[in-house]
Design a protein around this ligand. Structure first.
Ligand SMILES: Nc1ncnc2c1ncn2[C@@H]1O[C@H](COP(=O)(O)OP(=O)(O)OP(=O)(O)O)[C@@H](O)[C@H]1O
Ligand SMILES: [Mg+2]
Length: 490
């Protein structure tokens, strides 16, 4: 699916160059090898690379100079320094000057695979540009695999684009919340690409994907011997991300210990590697995302309030797709175009029926679910029209599955419905609306509670958490009102 990634190897050791070239070619990469720094500089000025492996010690110009030159041309391409034993401190020095990581010679395949894999992932993260929609509402730009577009014509999304535009340039933290699949990561990247730090690193780290014990060292690094298994100094993501943007995905999963340390980084720009006694400085901009309700996490003591306020300077709440239905067809068109190009299919279209089905569905998995639905349809399509039955959208939408939801989910659902309907009622109302709606909700509650308790008022009052007297009083009020209504009609 991805195009071949281009790797540049710079080392005067022909044997190693040969080994690495074969290794990368077998993995399906495109390899360029150079035996000297000079030769490499020529290549770098004429070609774009996804990863550079650089030997620290070469005859004519040393690793640091070559690194600085590389960085002055290819700011974002990760550079892995290869160095011999005994020069670990030098390797760390190179990381301060922009190297992505280092490998100590001789290294084994396992380390090579891990470090290279991580660097290539970081490269993709950094170079995949996310474009905000232009003023024109349609998808007019030609497809470009390195550019992701954020689609959104709804008022909600337009509002979000405005916020991104306003805050991207400032160095303040951003907190992105929203259900799974709503586009939180995409928005984080958009903020980065529109920021002043766009030529500095963007490092993403998923707080839920790494076990708690390793996470701390992943973020802050560790000294050699800090714990069993710490056989070399490890430079954490924060140190690597100096001057850059750190994306902390699923921050609701972060332990409170790490939260405190992160707060210190945000407030004083200071931290220590695990097992280290030297205080280090880093200037990182944090963008955090979560699908959890952090306020609830604070209440239950799992999230620090001070960190929350620090992160929330700007917050962006991604609306679920079912609350911005007008975006659905635009997103579907965009994904069709993208996957037709990506899988090299002839242009195909959605039938009328398919489109209505897509527009009517509730998309509990949000944009990701829609994206996967279209991807599958494109891959399985045989002709140039995608019919309703090719979409595999469940018929029984989750509206019918209310009985499978928890109390909390049901209350959320009620809130969503109210959020959708109340503005419309307000649009058509001139007066009395507050009383009308409150009465309506109260009546419905009492009626349904009585039904559930077979008209036993004591039980119903208990269920509602009101006294029996209050219940009686309300019932009487309702009756009077109903009678009053009868009179005016009659
Ligand atoms: N507005 C949008 N326009 C185009 N593509 C979108 C949009 N929103 C989301 N996507 C795509 O949908 C997928 C899911 O988005 P993303 O990973 O950003 O969601 P998320 O909110 O981070 O989800 P999760 O909470 O599950 O991590 C991605 O492939 C993303 O590119
Ligand atoms: Mg995400």
């Amino acid at each position: 699916m991805k195009t071949m990634e281009k790797i540049l190897i710079i080392d005067d050791d022909e044997g190693l160059v040969h080994f690495l070239s074969r290794y990368f070619k077998r993995k399906g990469h495109n390899v360029t090898a150079c035996l000297s720094g000079q030769e490499a500089m020529e290549k770098i000025t004429t070609d774009d690379f996804d990863l550079i492996l650089l030997d620290y010690k070469m005859p004519e110009i040393n690793g640091l100079d070559t690194l600085s030159k590389i960085k002055s041309i290819e700011v974002k391409t990760p550079v892995i320094i290869m160095t011999a034993y005994g020069t670990t401190d030098l390797a760390i020095e190179t990381m301060k000057r922009g190297a992505y990581d280092y490998l100590i010679k001789p290294f084994n395949r396992k380390d090579l695979t891990r470090i290279v894999g991580e660097a290539l992932r970081a490269n993709r993260q950094m170079k995949e540009v996310v474009r905000l929609p232009s003023a024109a509402p349609s998808i007019s730009a030609p497809y470009d695999k390195d550019t992701l577009q954020i689609i959104g014509n709804s008022r909600n999304m337009q509002e979000i684009f405005k916020i991104i535009g306003q805050v991207a340039q400032e160095n303040i933290s951003v907190l992105i919340t929203g259900e799974s699949g709503t586009g939180k990561e995409l928005v984080a990247k958009a903020v980065y690409h529109h920021s002043r730090r766009k030529d500095k690193p963007f490092i993403a780290i998923n707080c839920a994907a790494i076990p708690e014990t390793l996470f701390e060292s992943e973020l802050f690094g560790h000294e050699r011997g800090a714990f069993t298994g710490a056989d070399r100094t490890y430079i954490g993501k924060i140190e690597r991300c100096d001057q850059g943007t750190l994306f902390l995905d699923e921050i609701g999963e972060m332990s409170t210990t790490v939260q405190s340390k992160l707060l210190r980084v945000l407030q004083e720009g200071e931290f220590e590697r695990i097992g280290g006694n030297q205080t280090l400085k880093a200037d990182v901009r944090v963008i955090a995302a979560t699908n959890k309700n952090l306020e609830k996490e604070i209440e239950s003591g799992r999230f620090r309030k001070d960190l929350y306020w620090r992160l929330k300077v700007i917050s962006i709440d991604m609306p679920p797709l079912r609350h911005r239905r007008e975006d659905i067809s635009h997103l579907a068109d965009y994904f069709l175009m993208r996957f037709n190009a990506e899988y090299d299919r002839p242009q195909c279209y959605l039938s009328e029926g398919a489109l209505s089905k897509i527009e009517a569905y509730s998309w509990p998995g949000n944009v990701r679910e829609l994206e996967n639905c279209i991807r599958r349809a494109v891959l399985l399509s045989t002709g140039d029209v995608i019919a309703e039955q090719n979409l595999m959208i469940p018929d029984a939408d989750d509206e019918h599955l209310l009985n499978s939801l928890t109390r909390e989910q049901l209350i959320d659902r009620l809130k969503e419905k109210l959020e959708e309907i109340i503005p419309e009622i307000l649009r058509l109302s001139k007066q009395d609306i507050h009383a009308n709606i409150i009465e309506l909700v109260e009546e419905m509650l009492i009626l349904k509670a009585l039904q559930a308790c077979s008209d036993n008022q004591v039980q119903a009052a208990k269920m509602l958490g009101i006294s029996r007297n209050t219940l009686r009083h309300r019932l009487k009020k309702q009756r009077d009102r109903d009678n009053g209504d009868d009179k005016t009609i009659g």
